[in-house]
Design a protein around this ligand. Structure first.
Ligand code: ATP
Ligand code: MG
Length: 378
């Protein structure tokens, strides 16, 4: 099936500067998916969204909506004719209009009776029908958020774009509103592009995540792929915590020798013997066990509820130095700084960082593609 939205080699700079906000973005959004643009402040997320919506024009490249070129190659389709709905970070509801009137606002061009009916239907879908006659200032943040979504989906757009939609909400309200809004989007089968700088939101709600850095997409994949197989140092460190270890491929069973020991069946390590690689080992990959090969001493601990995040100092193989690693330990017991522990590498969270290998002196093209097979090491 053809993508709902496609961007091909899109660039956008702002003057004076120039500030290259979007450097070279190619991206396809599929029918019915939730795709999140994730990245730090200033990396070009909002600009990408505004380019899709038609509030900005690309310098080069093309943007298509359902196969129709809406920008680039001499074409230009204005925002209101693209069939794209947008929910802004501050909701941008009209304060002098009621909830019902806000939702009807985007339904120009159809008879008033049909507009009313459509608005009522959408508000019911989002459990907002009782609020029909209220004004925005009489609503909670979460309710305003849903009204903004209702207004965006009422004209039945081909895609809804949402810029940091949850960042205005209290921490305790945030997750429940987020899950509610996403459930509504899923029920309605709406294709949606979110923008977020919060990796937890992005991993939790998306079918696919595009991790952006300095105007480029560094990696595009499912939340699982992004977390388990980060392809660059930026993605490895921006999406969750990790330990980056340098080493080299030891034999053809996918083992990597690092100064913290040999890790076996590492994802993406099917490379010639001796190839220098960088391995990302998530804190979840360690398990305290007497049978382990890693010996370390706890330096500090942080209790998070779900686990204890501990910084440990591991003796290197040569015995000459130490490395600091971040590991997640079960919260079922207390750990004290100074305590010695032995670890096994048990889980699937060790992966070769393909694009870091360039700096280590080989082409990532020779790296095997990550598979779903999990890594385990000892
Ligand atoms: N209208 C503009 N004029 C000049 N520079 C701009 C304009 N809009 C954005 N920029 C610059 O382009 C870059 C990308 O901005 P953008 O708003 O897309 O970032 P973002 O990823 O959405 O960041 P945030 O998470 O802070 O919202 C930034 O350096 C920003 O300062
Ligand atoms: Mg932004």
């Amino acid at each position: 099936m053809s993508p709902v939205i496609s961007l091909d080699g899109v660039k956008k700079s702002f003057w004076p500067g120039p500030v290259e906000a979007v450097s070279d973005v190619s991206l396809e959004v599929r029918e019915g998916e939730i795709l999140t643009l994730l990245g730090p402040s200033g990396c070009g997320k909002t600009t990408t969204l505004r380019l899709i919506a038609g509030f900005e024009a690309p310098d080069t490249g093309t943007i298509r909506v359902r196969g129709r070129t809406v920008a680039g190659g001499g074409s230009w389709v204005p925002p209101e004719k693209r069939g794209v709905g947008m929910v802004f970070q501050d909701y941008a509801l009209f304060p002098h209009l009621t909830v019902g009137e806000n939702v009807m606002f985007g339904l120009d061009g159809i008879p008033r009776k049909a507009r009313k009916e459509r608005a009522r239907l959408v508000l019911e879908t989002l459990d907002l029908a009782p609020l029909l006659d209220r004004y925005p200032h009489e609503l909670s943040g979460g309710q305003q958020q849903r009204v903004a979504l209702a207004r965006a989906i009422a004209p039945e757009p081909v895609v809804v774009l949402m810029d940091e939609p949850f960042s205005n909400l209290d921490a305790h309200l945030r997750e429940s509103v987020r899950d509610e809004v996403v459930a509504t989007i899923r029920r309605a089968g709406v294709t949606c592009v979110f923008v977020s700088h919060d990796q937890r939101d992005a991993l939790a709600i998306s079918d696919r995540v595009a991790v952006m850095n300095q105007g480029r997409i560094e990696q595009l994949g499912t939340p699982r792929e992004i977390y388990k197989h980060p392809e660059s140092v930026f993605v490895a460190t921006f999406v969750g915590r990790t330990n980056l270890l340098q080493g080299f491929v030891k034999n053809d069973h996918g083992c990597v020798q690092t100064d913290c020991g040999a890790f076996c069946r590492v994802e993406g390590s099917g490379l010639p013997e001796g190839t220098p690689v960088m391995v990302s080992v998530r804190p979840d990959a360690f398990e305290a066990s007497e049978e382990g090969v890693l010996h370390g001493r706890i330096l500090s601990t942080k209790y998070t509820g779900a686990h204890v995040e501990a910084e440990i100092e591991v003796r290197t193989d040569s015995g000459e130095g130490c490395r600091r690693l971040v590991v997640h330990l079960p919260p079922t017991r207390a750990y004290v700084p100074g305590e010695d522990l032995t670890f096994r590498i048990v889980s699937e969270f060790a992966s070769v960082v393909r694009n870091a290998c360039q700096t280590l002196g080989f082409s990532p093209l020779s790296a095997s593609a990550p598979s779903e097979e999990t890594a385990a090491a000892g």
